[in-house]
Design a protein around this ligand. Structure first.
Ligand SMILES: *[C@@H]1O[C@H](CO)[C@@H](O)[C@H](O)[C@H]1NC(C)=O
Ligand SMILES: *[C@@H]1O[C@H](CO)[C@@H](O)[C@H](O)[C@H]1NC(C)=O
Ligand SMILES: *[C@@H]1O[C@H](CO)[C@@H](O)[C@H](O)[C@H]1NC(C)=O
Ligand SMILES: *[C@@H]1O[C@H](CO)[C@@H](O)[C@H](O)[C@H]1NC(C)=O
Length: 429
């Protein structure tokens, strides 16, 4: 068992050059058929120094410390099936070890710069559970996290079939009023989803909140709506979720979003297409092109400028593109400042430049803009009727995999907390 984590706010944010190293017991390694505890090197402020390490040999601690250089200088090379399978038995799965959950990852751990410790280069089989990935976000800097997420460093052991998962990324200020509804939505599908929550720093869920959310917090930073910190938070969520190779689809949600249909349907819908769902509007108005700045040339031409709400559903390839983008994002960060809102333009513009055909050109989150203005309509308890829900569920004014007359919406926003009770009663899942 990993030791309890100190609250994220107490974790050090310094770089890995910190002299204080403590190895935190994170996961188990299958080594010569024997389970050993293995540590990942993290650094904590001194008062957390009393970390368990007695069961860890220096050698293995060293090995795990080697996870460090790949994150900054030399990316760890993911290895494919075959070659020296030291300590790595792909046939050992949850069937044979029911007590173990999580995915076995085979990774090659290189040593920075070679030298006398070169002999330590090892292929290892790590068991990393979803919790571990979220934990990584608390001990890595953004840069390291983005690098780890985009490097595909950790790959599942070949020939093991692990279900693909949908990563639900909640970008929230504080509590999730619809947590009970989400909990019901997720129930029974535990191997097919993961949840990540980015909240205001210092926020933590109350103890009676569903466990699925309590354990989902990643390291967060202050977010100001409409500013780049919002997109930074989205990238932080994506990077954390990308480390888990099972995550193949990535959905961004807020505290005012609700699921509008059952999990089975959502999963099939998202997995059943290679397209990413994001609005991608070529808006010629002052609120669209009017926000373009010539300084974004030559990377972004004015007719490549797009707009759309940020509530995306991305495939893995596009999620990696977002977190590893060092070409377009810096331009938007610098020049898309109010009244240009970077969260409304970054994804649609960047993804349509790199892979327009891979986009569905719509989102799967229903929003009512019919009243016009800056903000969509917010629904409260009185608005929730069976007809209202059915009208969203049956709305088929879109295409799916090129087919017309398919339902368009999986999620909906924006809802006031008062809508929870009627939604629980009206939604049949
Ligand atoms: C892995 O799968 C491939 C193709 O399905 C097969 O040829 C190979 O023998 C398998 N390897 C193991 C170790 O089962
Ligand atoms: C899930 O929703 C779909 C579409 O509404 C429906 O056809 C299906 O029967 C539902 N499945 C379950 C298990 O409720
Ligand atoms: C997605 O793309 C892959 C490779 O391009 C293809 O093999 C697969 O059938 C596609 N899946 C769907 C649902 O279109
Ligand atoms: C995307 O959809 C909008 C309307 O939904 C349409 O105006 C626009 O032309 C579409 N863009 C592309 C690139 O297909």
């Amino acid at each position: 068992m990993p030791p309890p984590l100190p609250p994220p706010s107490q974790l050090s944010r310094r770089g890995f050059s910190s002299p204080i190293w403590i190895c935190l017991l994170l996961s188990n390694v299958f080594f010569a058929g024997i389970l050993f505890g293995v540590s990942i090197c993290v650094h904590y402020p001194t008062h957390f120094q009393a970390a368990p390490s007695s069961s860890i040999t220096d050698l293995r601690r060293d090995l795990l410390c080697l996870l460090r250089p790949p994150l900054s200088s030399s990316p760890a090379r993911a290895i494919t099936n075959g070659e020296h399978d030291e300590g790595c038995d792909p046939s050992v799965g949850p069937e044979r070890l029911p007590a173990l959950q999580g995915t076995f990852y085979r990774i090659l751990v290189p040593l920075a710069g070679g030298g006398p410790r070169r002999g330590l280069e090892k292929k290892m089989c790590l068991r990393l559970a979803s919790e571990t990935f979220r934990l990584l976000s608390h001990v890595l800097s953004d840069e390291e996290l983005l690098s780890l997420g985009s490097a595909n460093t950790l790959r599942p052991v070949a020939n093991q079939s692990w279900p693909s998962k949908v990563a639900f990324l909640f970008l929230t200020r504080g509590p999730l009023p619809f947590a009970p509804l989400w909990q019901r939505f997720f129930r029974g599908h535990e191997d097919k989803f993961s949840v990540y929550v980015h909240a205001t720093p210092g926020f933590s869920f109350s103890e009676d909140s569903p466990e699925v959310f309590q354990s989902a917090m990643i390291r967060s930073q202050k977010v100001r709506w409409g500013e780049p910190s919002l997109v930074d938070a989205e990238r932080r969520l994506l990077a954390t979720a990308l480390v888990d190779f099972q995550n193949q689809r990535f959905v961004l949600l807020s505290e005012s979003c609700v699921p509008i249909t059952n999990f089975t349907y959502v999963y099939k819908y998202l997995m059943g297409t290679n397209k990413s769902f994001t609005d991608c509007i070529n808006d010629q108005s002052p609120w669209g092109r009017g926000r373009y700045r010539w300084e974004m040339m030559p990377e972004i031409h004015i007719d490549q400028w797009r707009k759309g709400a940020q509530w995306f559903g991305l495939n893995r390839q596009h999620a990696v593109a977002v977190i590893s983008d060092s070409k377009y994002y810096p331009k938007l960060r610098k020049y898309c400042v109010p009244h240009c809102y970077v969260d409304e333009h970054y994804l649609p513009t960047m993804l349509s430049i790199i892979d327009a055909r891979g986009l569905a050109n719509r989102t799967t989150t229903y929003t009512d803009w019919s009243r016009g203005g800056q903000h969509p309509r917010t629904f409260s308890a009185q608005d929730i009727t069976a007809e209202f829900i059915r009208s969203i569920q049956n709305d088929a004014r879109c295409t799916y995999n090129g087919q017309p007359n398919q339902p368009c919406w999986l999620f909906a926003r924006k809802f006031e907390p008062s809508a929870l009770h009627p939604l629980m009663k009206t939604l049949q899942f």
